[in-house]
Design a protein. Structure first.
Length: 124
């Protein structure tokens, strides 16, 4: 089985490291589209479009690194601070993405709304 989220972020990070801001990826799913919509909301992604089974994403200068978190384990909002210290390089720098029953949320949104979820990815 292929982990689309991990493949996408490793491909995107490699492209960003060599100076390409526009990334073409050969497959996607609904979760990846929801993640990209959240990244667009937070200005990490300028735009994305789907063409058949391909997705083309143009990243902004704010995106430096993305990674899928494994294993995807559920956490409560009280545990978010511990996982922020574990995964993010500095306080207030980057964000964790969680899959909740209300959709994809960031760590700050989960703390504000006092909901937990399953860790999906980290971005900075």
């Amino acid at each position: 089985m292929v982990d689309i989220i991990n493949d996408f972020f490793s491909h995107a990070t490699n492209c960003i490291n060599i100076g390409k801001r526009e990334v073409e990826f050969n497959y996607y799913n609904k979760l990846l589209l929801n993640i990209l919509e959240k990244l667009k909301q937070y200005k990490y992604v300028e735009e994305y479009k789907t063409e058949g089974k391909k997705i083309i994403v143009r990243f902004s200068e704010y995106f430096n690194f993305g990674k899928s978190i494994h294993p995807n384990f559920p956490i409560s909002y009280k545990e978010l601070e511990k996982h922020e210290k574990k995964y993010l390089p500095a306080s207030g720098f980057g964000m964790l993405l969680l899959s909740t029953n209300e959709g994809i949320k960031t760590n700050d949104e989960c703390k504000r709304e006092k909901i937990g979820g399953v860790l999906v990815a980290l971005i900075y």
